[in-house]
Design a binder for this molecule. Structure first.
Ligand code: PLP
Length: 409
């Protein structure tokens, strides 16, 4: 008999999007002719920009010629892309990150899911609640969660993010080895300030903890005072890893390209106190388990940083942010308490009159024919909240906003 990895039995059913789809389909079947608008999608709707498409076509032609054909690429990504990212996203912004601290991958999901492998199975994990569910589930799979008791895992340190603490949790009182921070945050759409991040960096250096900083939505930051990178914060290079993605920045959700930054100064220890550089460990892990991102895709990602690529992708993100503004204004007009949406593609609203997230889902669907995502699906502290996304078309977003603005409860 082959035995199962019992950690997998600890995973709590990820029924969120399946249940959203089920209820939406049931509603549509019973109300043919009504137009249901989805503000639940977490995927982009605008196509790749011309600068990217043209670069990928050129790379495709190279792959079709014997003289320029390429087979396996470097595990950590081609130098041309790592150099461009280091220069554009870091050095030009005054942050001393070098190209050999950048690792190209097929997605921030894989990176944030895989990175925990480098740490002890006894490492204590802290994470924001609510947050992108991948951080928790991958630690459950790795056996770090302990048992599921009373609605939470006994060994996970939950950091509630609610309107009361302005969605910015304080470092925990108890010891944690790994902390996941997502900013701008999915689902709350709020971003951490430099002062808030500095507290985390100081805490992590003092406690010798590692911060796994997911900034997949960094390109949506418009507020000049907000940090785009954790490495803008003094001291971060000895305590943080940063994850970024071309998915939402440049419409690469189906094309797949991302990167993570692992500073060479960041060390962890074995029980005897010997130090190991995470940068070397991650390279060792990637070269064993990953064979790199395709040349064509990396050339496409490089083109995001050309003047045309930057302008074209900025326009698209501005469009999504405009959708977010329209949604936010409609919610405020209807009297909702609503957050986020200014530096992120997500708007997070407090459900009215204390009704729970799923009841509000049904209400939105039945009264307004709008689909969103119940906040409780992102963690216990998301109960009583609801997520709307800015990724639909401007036309449908406007229509949805008109319905919301007229909402009475
Ligand atoms: N991180 C966060 C916070 C996300 O919301 C998402 C996708 O929704 C990802 C990472 C995944 O990004 P990628 O498409 O690069 O795998």
């Amino acid at each position: 008999m082959t035995l199962i990895n019992e950690n997998y039995l600890n995973l709590q059913g990820s029924y969120l999007f399946a249940e959203v789809a089920r209820r939406t389909a049931a509603y549509k079947a019973a109300h043919a002719g009504q137009e249901v608008i989805s503000l639940g999608i977490g995927d982009v709707s605008r196509p790749l920009v011309p600068a990217v498409v043209n670069a990928m076509k050129r790379a495709c032609d190279e792959m079709g010629q014997a003289a320029t054909f390429r087979g396996y690429g470097p595990y950590e990504g081609y130098d041309f892309l790592r150099r461009t990212i280091a220069a554009h996203d870091y050095v030009d912004r005054g942050v001393a990150i070098q190209e050999d601290e950048i690792f190209i991958s097929d997605g921030a999901k894989s990176d944030v899911a895989n990175f925990q492998e480098l740490f002890s199975s006894h490492a204590r994990v802290a994470l924001q609640d609510p947050v992108y569910p991948v951080y928790l589930d991958t630690n459950v799979m790795a056996g770090r969660s302990g048992a599921w008791k009373g609605g939470e895992f006994e060994h996970i340190i939950y950091l509630p993010c609610t309107a009361e603490n302005h969605f910015s949790p304080r470092p925990p009182q108890q010891h944690a080895d790994l902390v996941y921070l997502c900013s701008p945050n999915n689902p709350t759409g709020t971003a951490l300030t430099k002062a808030q991040l500095q507290k985390w960096v100081d805490w992590a250096n003092e406690h010798r903890a590692v911060i796994l900083y997911d900034s997949a939505y960094e390109a949506f930051i418009r507020d000049k005072d907000l940090p785009h990178s954790i490495f803008e914060i003094p001291g971060a290079q000895t305590c943080a890893v940063e994850f970024r993605s071309f998915s939402k920045t440049a419409g690469f959700t189906g094309t797949r390209c991302a990167y993570c930054v692992v500073p060479k100064a960041l060390k962890i220890e074995d029980e005897a106190g010997n130090e190991y550089a995470l940068n070397e460990l991650w390279l060792r892990r990637q070269s064993t388990k990953f064979n790199g991102v395709s040349y064509i895709v990396q050339r496409g990602a490089e083109a995001v940083f050309t003047p045309q690529g930057l302008e074209q992708t900025r326009q698209i993100i501005d469009g999504y942010l405009d959708n977010a503004r329209v949604i936010l204004e409609a919610l405020h007009k209807a009297g909702f308490a609503a957050y986020g949406g200014k530096n992120a593609p997500y708007v997070w609203l407090k459900t009215p009159q204390g009704i729970n997230s799923w009841e509000f889902f049904d209400l939105m669907l039945e009264k307004l024919q709008i689909v969103g995502t119940p906040g409780s699906g992102f963690g216990r502290a998301g109960e009583g909240y609801f997520r709307l996304t800015a990724f639909n078309t401007p036309q449908l977003t406007q229509q949805a906003a008109q319905r919301i603005a007229a909402f009475t409860f």
